[in-house]
Design a protein around this ligand. Structure first.
Ligand code: NAD
Length: 480
């Protein structure tokens, strides 16, 4: 099967006529081909997006909303096909694709499609001499670059607000997981999205992604991916004064106080550590536990982690599928070796499973791995692994755990487990991260600001932040 670009309302071949192999992570085998796009395809897409902008941006909000709602309905109608495609493409359990990724993609569309029916802009009266109002206008052609871990979820998290607020866009899905974006192109065609409003160009980051960030007619870049890539994107965009939002890596702390509900915190923190094989930017990979309950917590956490069912992602009861690629598997193995060298004790996992099933014999599987006895400042505890690896570290008091939590260059998310609400609020203030969950993890309300501090991000997405990002505020001052 060939995955082609979606440009100017049509599925089209790449200018190069070349395709890249697309591998199913659970089997390690090529199962489709994805367009090997380049700057020429980006040029075609920008021309289409520019031509579509005038009509799309002037279309009444209710009409834009109606088309985006139709897209959401078609995602729901094709949810089974999309979930299966995502599971094959990404290696994640089909149950996760069904319950998280695909429903959330539809929600992203609905959230912004309805938001534009309700948003308002500001007015300011200046001492009886003038009335100011803020005109929010779409910014034009936006570049939307997304990663492989939540392919359709994160693609639509950008596409939905960009289009809802009247922009046109060039989206670039990860070359590692292009399939759901391809199916999404078909959905956009079927929903009647006017040609050129959304264009999806596939291919390598160094070619297609770089061409998008460097394109002079693309004024706005929303990027989600690794911090190293984000730095490249920022470097290209800075001299051109593009408006940029960067959502990048994380090394998120889970903080467990002795008064937390043990059942709930073990279940919640294991889920936070190992969801999608630890390949969620928000995963809590460093677990800090108050010393008085450390031994019991470690025992229960390791037991629960080793009980997770690792298996064929297409089996309905699989809890842990394959890692997305050989590179990601090797990165995980590298860090587990490093943990051993740094003096870590592996309580469970630390290797690949012996057998998953015949179909998945050559897949990229790795067991959920729990490590103790590592210092807070070692590399394993500071660098993003993005695999099924959690470390557990004891702490003595509030001040110490805040210091531990903040001891990385990242600042994306944290979760704090305690019954002591004043303490939870104190920690929330002091932890350097864009999100702090208290007694929960991955609860996402699409109205709240989303993003990271430090090297996890620049700017925010979500809710009104997305409106601010994807529109240009113009002050109109009327003398009275
Ligand atoms: P990545 O940085 O390798 O790739 C992300 C996207 O950027 C891909 O589409 C890729 O093709 C493209 N790209 C690569 N080089 C480029 C370049 N030079 N110019 C422009 N685009 C380029 O990231 P990944 O491996 O796909 O995703 C994993 C990373 O994403 C992890 O670090 C994870 O924490 C992060 N992530 C962050 C969030 C968040 O919301 N903060 C969400 C999900 C994933």
């Amino acid at each position: 099967m060939k995955i082609s670009h979606y440009i100017n309302g049509q599925l089209v071949e790449p200018s190069s006529d070349a395709y890249l192999d697309n591998i199913e992570p659970a089997t390690g085998k090529v199962y489709s081909q994805v367009a090997d796009g380049d700057a020429r395809d980006v040029d075609r897409a920008v021309a289409a997006a520019e031509a579509a902008f005038e009509r799309w941006s002037k279309m009444p909000a209710a009409a834009r909303s109606g088309i985006l709602m139709k897209i959401a309905d078609l995602i729901d109608a094709r949810a089974d096909e999309l979930a299966r495609a995502e599971s094959i493409d990404n290696g994640k359990p089909i149950s996760l694709a069904r319950t998280l990724d695909i429903p959330r993609a539809a929600k992203n569309l609905r959230h912004f499609a309805t938001a534009i029916l309700h948003t308002h802009t500001e007015t300011h009266v200046t001492d009886g001499v003038a009335l100011n109002y803020t005109l929010r206008q779409p910014r034009g052609v936006c570049g939307l670059i997304s990663p492989w871990n939540l392919p359709l979820y994160l693609l639509t998290w950008k596409v939905a607000p960009a289009l809802a607020f009247g922009n046109t866009a060039i989206a670039k899905p990860s070359e590692i997981t292009p399939m759901t974006a391809f199916l999404f192109s078909q959905i956009c065609i079927d929903a009647g999205l006017p040609p050129g409003v959304l264009n999806i160009v596939h291919g390598l980051g160094a070619k297609v992604g770089a061409a998008i960030t460097a394109h002079p007619k693309i004024t706005t870049i929303s990027f989600t991916g690794g911090t190293v890539t984000g730095r490249e994107v920022a470097k290209t965009c800075a001299p051109m004064f593009k408006k940029v939002a960067l959502e990048m890596g994380g090394k998120n702390p889970t903080i467990v106080f002795a008064d937390a509900d043990m059942e709930k915190v073990v279940a919640g923190s294991v889920q936070a550590a190992f969801a999608n094989s630890g390949q969620v930017c928000l995963c809590g990979s460093r677990v800090f536990v108050e010393r008085s309950i450390y031994d019991e917590f470690v025992r229960r956490f390791a037991e629960a982690a080793s009980r997770l069912r690792v298996g064929d992602p297409l089996e309905p009861d699989t809890q842990q599928g394959a890692m997305v690629s050989r590179a990601q598997l090797e990165k995980t193995m590298y860090y587990v070796d490093l943990a051993r060298q740094e003096g870590g004790r592996i309580l469970c996992g630390g290797e690949r499973p012996k057998a998953v099933n015949e179909r998945c014999r050559d897949g990229y599987f790795y067991l959920p791995t729990v490590i103790t006895d590592l210092g807070v400042s070692c590399r394993v505890n500071r660098e993003e692994i993005f695999g099924p690896v959690a470390t557990i570290i004891p702490f003595d008091d509030e001040a110490q755990v805040v210091e531990y939590a903040n001891a990385t260059d990242y600042g994306l998310a944290a979760s704090v487990w305690t019954q002591n609400l004043p303490r939870a609020h104190r920690l929330a203030e002091q932890i350097q991260s864009g999100t702090v969950w208290i007694n929960c993890w991955l609860v996402r309300d699409l109205r709240v600001p989303f993003g990271g501090m430090k090297q996890s991000g620049l700017g925010r997405e979500g809710g009104e932040e997305a409106m601010r990002f994807f529109t240009e505020p113009k002050n109109v001052c009327v003398g009275t």
